[in-house]
Design a protein around this ligand. Structure first.
Ligand SMILES: [Zn+2]
Length: 121
């Protein structure tokens, strides 16, 4: 193999490597753009995330019927009856006028109450 053939092959390989590098850079930029779009969508739908967390998980089950009317309401993650902070979600959640109301049960006094969560801005 003479030197000119080797040199031509090296230049071809160098050009290919440059093209692959440019493609990788393009894909990297697209991935960052996609990541920003997803982040913005999650921020716009903060209520869905809060509702999912309030009912205690990420399951997509149909929400049970709301039975929290008349129960004591609180904005603190603590029992409004006894003040204990060991509380558990009861799976009942509803969104009302920009807030999410979630039924909770105190693990200490076993009384139910409604935790009122404000949507993230
Ligand atoms: Zn309690």
């Amino acid at each position: 193999m003479d030197a000119t053939v080797i040199l031509a092959r090296a230049r071809r390989l160098q050009a290919n490597a440059g093209a692959v590098c440019a493609l990788a850079e393009e894909l990297r930029a697209q991935a960052w753009t996609d990541r920003d779009i997803v982040r913005q969508q999650v921020q716009r739908r903060a209520g869905r995330r809060i509702a999912r967390l309030a009912r205690g998980g990420s399951s997509a089950f149909e929400l049970p019927k709301w039975t929290g009317d008349g129960l004591k309401e609180t904005r603190e993650r603590a029992c409004p009856h006894c003040g204990d902070r060991t509380i558990a979600p009861r799976g009942h959640v509803r969104a009302v006028d920009g807030v999410v109301k979630a039924m909770y049960l105190c693990q200490d006094c076993k009384k139910g109450f409604v935790l009122v969560l404000t949507l993230l801005r």
